[in-house]
Write a protein that binds this ligand. Structure first.
Ligand SMILES: C[S@@+](CC[C@H](N)C(=O)[O-])C[C@H]1O[C@@H](n2cnc3c(N)ncnc32)[C@H](O)[C@@H]1O
Length: 298
């Protein structure tokens, strides 16, 4: 943006306004969808127009704006980038669960961790592992991984791990880092893990549960946009989870992300994707070890 075009949200918006918001027109929808696609890779076709209205209306109104076109202009003009972050927070679908797609976690417990244990005993593997949850939403995925790692690769046997959890949504990351959820979610967690790693709130905290300190401390949270050219993560990972995010990308966008993630795998590293995201088009670079779990070809 040109310096003379610099403008703050405060200059453009009139927070608290209650004027009526005009309908989201086709052209305004396309403008916003293009912006979201260019920045985050998320592809929104015309069928998502009602979703955009649902997710953005009250925020646009809270800024005192009366049209989505003005909101689009405001996001583009906001030099701080904060309004863009807010837009992506509102648009991204954050649905997630503990132990979602349990076959992945069964596979880790039954095959991968025992194999690593055996290799460590033979001296062919270090007792240090690096794991990345690359679209972690409100944290249920990396906390599930953290519980599995602490339980299966114990520090008492010399194991250490780095567990990185990233997402584009700052709101989701804030929730994730706090490690607190409604107790309704407890039913998603197998009892032995629940007992060891979650504590129910009391008094004003009744109705919520929180991950124990040991588990919270095991995870590093960071904002990271998978659509950026160079992913700002260092080193290789033994396991990368990138689940239920690529479905929102175009095929070309998905291919670029998969290529970048593949480059981040150790030679025997594993890439986990969501059940609707099998990667047929990447057969030259990746081999499926399970329908949605891949390893690099040599
Ligand atoms: C449906 S959730 C999936 C959460 C978890 N991986 C799971 O499978 O339960 C999708 C997540 O992808 C994130 N996301 C969307 N576009 C992204 C991007 N370009 N870079 C990083 N994260 C993104 C969203 O913010 C959201 O938290």
């Amino acid at each position: 943006m040109r310096p003379d075009a610099a403008v703050s949200v405060a200059q453009l918006a009139q927070p608290g306004g209650s004027r009526r918001l005009r309908e989201l027109g086709a052209q305004e929808f396309r403008q916003l969808a293009t912006l979201i696609h260019d920045v985050a890779g998320i592809s929104l076709n015309e069928s998502k127009r009602a979703l955009m209205v649902r997710r953005l209306s009250s925020h646009v109104q809270s800024l005192g704006l009366t049209s989505f076109g003005d909101y689009h202009d405001l996001v583009r003009a906001d030099d701080s980038g904060q309004e863009l972050v807010q837009l992506l927070d509102l648009i991204a679908t954050n649905e997630t669960h503990f132990f979602r797609e349990p076959a992945h976690f069964d596979y880790l417990e039954r095959e991968v961790f025992p194999r690593w244990q055996a290799e460590a005993r033979e001296g062919t593997r270090q007792r240090h592992v690096r794991i990345w949850s690359a679209a972690c939403s409100t944290g249920q995925e990396p906390y599930t991984l953290g519980m599995l790692l602490l339980a299966n690769l114990p520090a008492s046997e010399g194991w250490t791990f780095e567990l990185l959890a990233t997402d584009i949504s700052t709101q989701a990351l804030d929730a994730a880092a706090h490690g607190t959820w409604s107790v309704d979610k407890a039913k998603e967690i197998p009892t032995p893990y629940l007992k060891r790693f979650l504590r129910r709130g009391t008094g004003p905290q009744v109705g919520v549960m929180r991950a124990v300190q040991e588990l919270r401390d095991a995870i590093t949270f960071r904002r990271l946009n998978l659509n950026e050219d160079a992913l700002d993560v260092i080193g290789s990972f033994d396991i990368v989870f990138c689940r239920n995010v690529l479905i929102y990308f175009t095929q070309a966008g998905r291919a670029q992300v998969i290529e970048k993630l593949t480059q981040r795998l150790t030679p025997d590293g594993l890439l986990f994707v969501g059940h609707a995201e099998s990667l047929h088009e990447h057969r030259t670079r990746l081999r499926a070890v399970l329908p949605t779990v891949y390893t690099r070809l040599p």
